[in-house]
Design a protein around this ligand. Structure first.
Ligand code: GAP
Length: 510
């Protein structure tokens, strides 16, 4: 798909989301608040369904995983110990000509190898000097462990920041860690007259209590994970947990992102679904592989097409120094392949940091070894909003044959499961349809719609992703049957009106 087509697809999705009440721009009547979004009536149902499916699959259905819900505000030392105060930064640059401030990776950037002078250009997350890369790529024997720049190019990855290329091995001469930034141009006016990059911490700050001095500064959490780590001992004791043991949480996180955009892909306020799975250190590799597969399968289970999903293991130079491995689940978004979720083997780093900073015991008594150990952790960290963007993108379908736009949502995530419609507003049809609707509504999310032509009402439900339509017509009055319309195939069958709930339940169970 060309870049232009990708933008068009995204614009259409944004417009459908607003039209049907999935997602609105925050504070729209005041001109909007950049990169903050509100969920409307259908959006909030979709979100709840996704969170419920995650909770059920990751927590309630497992014997050795429990849930918790930590506060958004935490002791400021949590963020010192976790490394966020020192390291959770984005590099910002000021243009000396036009005074624009921008994140380093948003600007056209020229890289150069310090060993062989090979040069390439990256713009908006993609390698622009494509031909050069293609010819290099053909020289690599199959199955080889490519330098990162080549791996990113080959996979068509949208690189979220320049650190993906910086200090990587040269794609040309293969010299280790030899790629460096040669020059950057202002993305607004093109000037090369720029300030050095200044580090900008992405955590939102606020004040705790009535005084606004630095002593009262606290942060809005930038991830939910730390709420789990600091409660490790509380939860393990209360739940009498035995390794391997998981603690999961869903909640809001806040990041003062510099580069936003791509709809709800990256926003400043978002939700995460995180599982911290504690294991014996020597077993972390096995559990990492297990969770990578589990999480990949979960996206298939909620209806995402497998050919739009892939796993991308991080290369060794991408990994944090303490991590043994990290694999992203990526989705083919309208703007290219990008991260949907990360599954990381973080070893004992997080607990060690909090043990050191708090002086408290966050260990586990290993009865086999008869000693206290600090467990390693395998983390699965997914974004709720990014999953919603994935689900919407994957479901969006322009059915040209029938001149309609359809959200082919899996019935389990669909906000409304069935719409009940009287064919016309007379001959007792509305009354019969209403009584069916009352029955359906007691069992699942349903909607009654009597406004406008039947064709229009079907189109509205197609755009809302409602999998089933129940229509009451003149035949209903004669033989007690209604039509059941399938959103995707458009097949219509007649079923007894007294068995609508039973048949819908059966269909939803598949
Ligand atoms: N505890 C690990 C952690 O937070 P991360 O890769 O920074 O790791 C995990 O974030 C997931 O959270 C991402 O894969 C993405 O789905 C989601 N996420 C992160 N930043 C986001 C943002 N600004 N807007 C929306 N979702 C975001």
């Amino acid at each position: 798909m060309s870049k232009n087509n990708r933008n068009i697809q995204m614009e259409k999705l944004v417009s459908l989301s607003k039209r049907r009440g999935f997602i609105f721009q925050s504070s729209e009547i005041y001109g909007g608040l950049n990169s903050c979004w509100d969920y409307g009536p259908l959006g909030v149902e979709l979100k709840r369904n996704i969170k419920d499916l995650w909770w059920q699959d990751m927590i309630t259905s497992r014997e050795n995983v429990v849930g918790m819900d930590a506060g958004i505000l935490m002791h400021p030392n949590v963020w010192v110990a976790s490394g966020h105060v020192a390291n959770f930064h984005d590099p910002l640059i000021d243009c000396k000509q036009c005074k624009t401030r921008f994140r380093e990776d948003k600007a056209p950037t020229y890289f150069k190898c310090t060993n062989c002078d090979f040069k390439f250009k990256v713009s908006n997350g993609f390698v622009e000097t494509e031909n050069q890369f293609r010819s290099l790529f053909t020289n690599y024997p199959p199955g080889r462990n490519y330098p990162r720049a080549i791996a990113l190019f080959e996979a068509g990855i949208y690189a979220e920041d320049l650190s993906q290329y910086k200090d990587s091995d040269c794609p040309h001469c293969k010299a280790l860690k030899s790629v460096n930034v040669e020059k950057i141009n202002c993305p607004n006016c093109g000037s090369p007259e720029l300030s050095n990059a200044k580090q900008f911490n992405l955590m939102f700050k606020t004040h705790f209590g009535p005084s606004e001095d630095s002593a009262s500064e606290v942060y809005l959490r930038p991830e939910t994970a730390q709420g789990i780590f600091v409660n490790f001992d509380n939860v393990m004791t209360a739940a009498r947990g035995k390794l391997p043991f998981g603690i999961g949480q869903i909640g809001k996180a806040f990041r003062n992102e510099i580069t936003t955009g791509n709809f709800i892909f990256r926003s400043r306020e978002f939700e995460q679904m995180e599982l911290e799975f504690f294991v014996k250190k020597e077993e972390s590799e096995k559990w990492h592989e297990y969770w990578v597969q589990e999480r990949f399968n979960w996206y298939k289970k909620i209806g995402i097409r497998e050919d739009n999903l892939r796993l991308r293991p991080h290369t060794h130079d991408e990994l944090a120094h303490y991590a043994r491995a990290c694999t992203d689940v990526e989705y083919r978004f309208a703007f290219g392949w990008s991260e949907l979720e990360g599954i990381a083997d973080r070893q004992t780093f997080d607990l060690d940091q909090h043990i050191q900073a708090s002086g408290k015991k966050l260990s586990y008594f290993d009865s086999e070894k008869n000693e206290h150990i600090v467990p390693a952790v395998v983390e699965s960290s997914a974004g709720v909003d990014r999953t919603i963007l994935t689900v919407l993108t994957d479901a969006y379908w322009e059915d040209e044959e029938h001149d309609r736009v359809v959200l082919r949502l899996d019935p389990r995530v669909a906000p409304i499961k069935a719409a009940v419609l009287p064919l016309v507003n007379r001959d007792n049809m509305p009354e019969t349809a209403r009584s069916i609707f009352e029955d359906v509504k007691r069992n699942m999310a349903a909607l009654y719609d009597a406004g406008g032509s039947i064709g229009r009402r079907y189109r509205r439900q197609d755009e809302a992703g409602t999998p089933f339509g129940i229509t009451v017509d003149s035949q209903t009055m004669e033989d007690g049957t209604v039509t059941l319309r399938d959103r995707d195939t458009l097949e219509q069958i007649r079923i007894p009106k007294d068995n609508v709930v039973g048949i819908l339940k059966e269909k939803l169970a598949h």
